[in-house]
Ligand binder design. Sequence first.
Ligand SMILES: Nc1nc2c(ncn2[C@@H]2O[C@H](COP(=O)(O)OP(=O)(O)OP(=O)(O)O)[C@@H](O)[C@H]2O)c(=O)[nH]1
Length: 818
Amino acid sequence: MTTTATPALYPSNTSPSPSNGANPFATVTNGINGTSQAIADRIQIVNEQKEFNTQLSQQIEKWGLHDAGFSYNIVAVFGSQSTGKSTLLNRLFGTTFDVMDETRRQQTTKGIWMCRAQTAPLLVMDVEGTDGRERGEDQDFERKSALFSLASSEILIVNLWEHQVGLYQGANMGLLKTVFEVNLGLFGKRDDPTQRTLLLFVIRDHLGTTPLPNLQATLSQDLHRIWDSLAKPEGLGNARLEDYFDLAFEALPHKILTADKFESAVAQLRKRFTGENGTETLFKPAYHKRIPADGVTHYMDGIWEQVQSNKDLDLPTQRELLAQFRCDEISAAALAAFNEDVRTVRRPVEAGTVVEGLGGTMAGWKEVTLAKYDQAASRYHPAVYQRKRDDLVTTIHTTLHPIFYSQLKNLSKLTLAKFKKALGDGLKANTTYDFAEVVGKAKDTGLGEWEAATKDMLSVVGEKGGEWAGGWEEERSTLVVELGHVADVFRKDETTKMVNQIERSLRTQLADPVEVALAKPGLDMWDRVLTAFNDLIEKAETGYVEKATSFNCTEEENDGALKTIRRRAWISLLNKIKEHTADAALLAKLRASFEELFRYDEHGVPRVWKPEDDLDSVFKKAKDVTLDLIAVYAKIAPTDLSLLPTNIPSDDDLPPSFLASNSSDDFEFESSLVLLSETKQLDITSRFRRDADAYYVEAKRSTVASIAQIPYWMYGVLVVLGWNEAMIVLFNPLYFALLLGMLGAAYAIIQLNLVSPLFAVGRTVSGEIQRQVGARLREHFSQPVDTAPPRQPRLAAPQANRYDDEEVEMRPINERVQ
Ligand SMILES: Nc1nc2c(ncn2[C@@H]2O[C@H](COP(=O)(O)OP(=O)(O)OP(=O)(O)O)[C@@H](O)[C@H]2O)c(=O)[nH]1
């Protein structure tokens, strides 16, 4: 291979021959750096073994045409071997195709090569020459390559020597006939009836003796003749050559003999391609095969496969298949980036985190993904593009749905937590709150925030939330129910608190009336207790009903709460009464009552018993009256039976929550009225009698004590009997002086407050003397110690009770009360 000179327009960039290594395809890079190098690269897209090279895709990317969409063109050259095709392309477009070594005249181009034009987004195909010596009679490849070129390129350059014009074989007319035939099969089914291909005949080594128009006319006639001779398929009998092909002609002078003219003619031809200086370009929209640049490889691969397998080429189907393939590819690429984005949010959302602005983020992902898809895929078959787009949208929605759903759940949880806090704060902040108002406000706020945070997610799938709207509605309904449950719990708590508060208040308020009533026992005692109770319970119930209206409690709940209040109030009353009727308290009350009757007269003056008083009858009366009180205390029995509350609920009537929190024994109203059992009454009676008897004995003893005083006449006897001794002392000077001295000393001691110290000294001295004397006596007699236990003093024989033969303990009364 030799390197031919390149036109000034393009730098010299021919390269080494394709390697013959393991790679069946050749890609030839050039010695120019940067983009120019990539542009100058050429690639063998179909090799000698008739295999298609899918590396073309990467090469197109390197050429910078991957994203060109429809803004590119394809031109192919076609003609006999060694007719200067590669030379022409290199001159025209700055491509780097191999050119034959002049001296050897061997076939240079094998298979089909492609290179990018230097200054335009143009893909140039150099096709193996026809009539090749190397392939001999095998014309299969040239037919296939011609068909392939026709199906892919907009302009097919038919390269021929001037002297070949008018010849059948040399001008490739035989091959063109084949091409026309297959073309009819190929484009007969075309989806766009205006679509055509330009056949540009380039006549080489034009001497000028035969003007171009003549050559042009000859070639045209030949072509029409061939066209007319074609056996046309059914329905295409009237098809004209012009319906499928445009014809253009160009003559180039001899390259070697008239090099200058050749170069300037090539430059002129180039302008026809590029449309420079306002000339109309040879490329027309009708020639474009409408294959986006990024789909060229796949499209050509499909075409070549069909051509190779000698199947009918159906370009619309090929385009549709290409569209499906490419749209899938583009969609997958867009989805890969989308999934990458989604992954960053999926984990936190699934872990329960509320991601702020997720709706906007998801909408952004969707928008970007669809934009990527649209940008690349919208150039393909519209129906396929739309169908695949719909699939992509469905996939996006399906991928986002679990995140949307998790976010909904997370927001619901957050809303519930906020709702709970808002209720707690609202109820705590104000003691005079309106429960319904607090709940309503917190609920509205919570739901409002939830809706605001979730609705932007709905817009991801459409204005009205599309297929997500149902789930959203369902979640909202669930949230409303859950908010209701939370409110119910708070309401129950508040109701319970209120009931407890009412109960506490009742208990406090009951204390005084019960104490006062029970301290003044009598037949109307229970009437007074129950009147106070009924008043208080009525007030409590009214208070509850007033407050409960704001709680939106159900009738059933209110009924339950009122029953609870009544029952607890009754239990509180009973407890209070039981405090006052406990053994010690009741005995104290009985004693107080007895004392009132026994120790005080009817005027309330304490009695001092005299022997002549009728102590026995007073005692009996006081005791009998007091004993009667035990029966009064034993049962809540008002004289006015209507005072007995009739609506104290039994266990069966109470709400389960009350029973759960009060593990009291079975309650029965009638039996709750009984305070003291028969046995208890007997026990209290017995104990009170003992106390009463003690009072009696004490009273009796005080009477005896007053009787046991020294009679006044004894003082007279003492004066009479002691008269002489008194006179002796008075009239004896010594005794008298001693008496005066003693009186004086006594006076001085009293005046000086020495009585107590003197007594103390006296006690100490006498105690010491006793101790000394005792010690001396023990020493003197030193007898063994008597170990016998000291004899217990004999208890006084029980004194018969004059009234009921009971034993009376002779203890002080106050000791026994305790
Ligand atoms: N007479 C003449 N010779 C030319 C012309 N252009 C190129 N050549 C010569 O023809 C020979 C073949 O040129 P190529 O460009 O390799 O021809 P080709 O048609 O590409 O050959 P293959 O690819 O092998 O089919 C080379 O020696 C060129 O120098 C021309 O316009 N006139």
